[in-house]
Design a protein around this ligand. Structure first.
Ligand code: UGA
Length: 437
């Protein structure tokens, strides 16, 4: 089948290459010429395991362009543009609206437009009205991919959610998307047929639940800190209950990235618009708990070292999570900036995120106080404290015996509770975890 994907950011680029992998002829459209040129050359514009190979293998069935009219040969059109956070916390719909309005000029009767972007509930109904005069149909098909597992999540998702139009075209729309996803459905992937509003809500509800789970365990970490309990053992113990489950119960410096923080804020803003703000009032607490975790690292360092001005802090990790170079709303980078503003000299190392992080550091005017190191050991040399802010395997695997002679003060703050505590203590370090001191 001929498919277009509008928006070639994280979601769109991976989706386009994955659809080509399923055997479809795909054109990816993006307004960013540099991104289009990079993708067309078979180079991934971001760090994502497996994506370079997928892109290169499928280039014969993949094309990238800035020209929207290239969609006209396609039957199915995926909308995968971003919905960044607006100043008031709501989702900024500028790109989605522009994409659909511009796409509408090139649609033919019988075409299917499939929304994948994360949008406020109610959006699909409005967009369906814009495309109705063309004779095309609209479905909402939210995406649940995780960075670091984007290819796997796209080709082998936990479930497919089809938000179908009301009325007699629902079957036609469903059958077209079934054809696109034939190979995925053949794996036995559950497919849920719902209406537009449900499909839109599934996405933000899932991310809100995950965010709540993380903030719940981080709230327990706060209690653990004042009672002498160990939050990791607590999570293990409650996680054995299948109704609770152990995943997404890792306490630490909290969630970041381009999705969870903005999605809970956008959901709150939308509920307020709908007059049901009270229903999601708890998500503001989820957000507050999460942001408190970032401040906690600085408090621990001040407890151990006093005034931070002139202190050298090694920051292990800049990306918002391992296996990613994404620094959007990254707790790690936020902590680095806050320490630098407190007068510390931060020496950072991340296996993938130096490029985007150094641009942000320069833009913030902090380039003299946040320096970039060649390795974890290089960052730790002369440090008064090491902060583990992203749980990359390379940090977990460091030998504390080898790090100890390099540092000025043997202090490690394990912001992700990922280090082998006893080994670091045995090497002479003061170990401070999150909710396990
Ligand atoms: C998240 C969702 O997990 C995906 O299902 C969803 O499709 C995606 O957002 C999206 O909306 O596009 P992602 O942002 O890639 O995916 O990252 P997650 O794996 O959810 O992690 C988010 C943050 O939570 C990270 O900063 C991570 O370090 C943190 N986290 C995760 C914890 O602090 N504790 C945990 O136990 C798990």
């Amino acid at each position: 089948m001929k498919i277009s994907v509008i928006g070639c950011g994280y979601l769109g680029a991976v989706h386009a290459a994955s659809m080509a992998h399923l055997g479809h002829e795909v054109v990816g459209i993006d307004v960013d010429e540099a991104r289009v040129a990079t993708l067309a050359a078979g180079v991934a514009p971001f760090h994502e395991p497996g994506f370079d190979a997928l892109l290169q293998e499928n280039l014969p069935r993949l094309r990238f362009t800035t020209d929207m009219s290239a969609v006209k040969d396609s039957t199915v059109h995926f909308i995968a543009v971003g919905t960044p956070q607006a100043a008031n916390g709501s989702a900024d719909m500028t790109y989605v609206n522009q994409a659909v309005e511009s796409l509408a000029h090139h649609l033919s009767p019988g075409d299917l437009v499939v929304g994948k972007s994360t949008v406020p509930v109610g959006t699909a109904t409005t967009l369906a009205e814009i495309i109705a005069p063309t004779g095309a149909m609209l479905m909402w098909n939210p995406e649940f991919l995780r960075e670091g597992f984007a290819v796997e999540d796209t080709l082998s998702p936990d479930r497919l959610v089809y938000g179908l139009p009301e009325g007699d075209r629902a079957d036609e729309a469903r059958d077209l998307l079934d054809t696109v996803y034939e190979a995925i459905l053949a794996q036995g992937t559950p497919r849920l047929l719902v209406n537009y509003a449900t499909a839109e809500l599934v996405k933000v509800a899932a991310n809100s639940f995950l965010a709540t789970k993380i903030s719940f365990i981080n709230a327990m970490a706060e209690i653990a800190d004042v009672t002498g309990a160990n939050v990791t053992q607590l999570a293990d113990a409650i996680g054995h209950d299948n109704r609770i489950g152990r995943r997404f119960l890792n306490a630490g410096i909290g969630f970041g990235g381009g999705c969870l923080p903005k999605d809970i804020r956008g959901f709150v803003a939308r509920a307020e618009e709908l007059g049901v703000g009270e229903s999601l009032a708890f998500l503001k607490d989820v957000d507050d708990i999460n942001l408190r975790r970032r401040r906690r690292v600085r408090t621990i360092l001040e407890e151990e070292l006093g005034d931070l001005s002139g202190k050298r802090i090694a920051l292990w990790g800049l990306a918002f999570k391992p296996d990613s170079d994404d620094i959007r709303d990254s707790p790690a980078l936020d902590i680095g900036e806050s320490l630098a503003r407190a007068g510390a000299i931060v020496t950072a190392f991340d296996p993938a995120a130096h490029g985007p992080a150094s641009r942000r550091v320069t833009a913030a005017g902090l380039q003299d106080s946040i320096l970039f190191a060649e390795s974890p050991a290089d960052a730790a040399t002369g440090a008064d404290g090491i902060v583990v802010a992203t749980e990359w395997g390379v940090f977990r695997d460091q030998n504390p015996e080898a790090i100890a002679p390099l540092v000025n003060t043997p202090l490690v703050v394990d912001g992700r509770n990922c280090l082998p505590e006893s080994q670091w203590k045995a090497a002479g370090f003061t170990y401070r975890g999150m909710g396990r001191s």
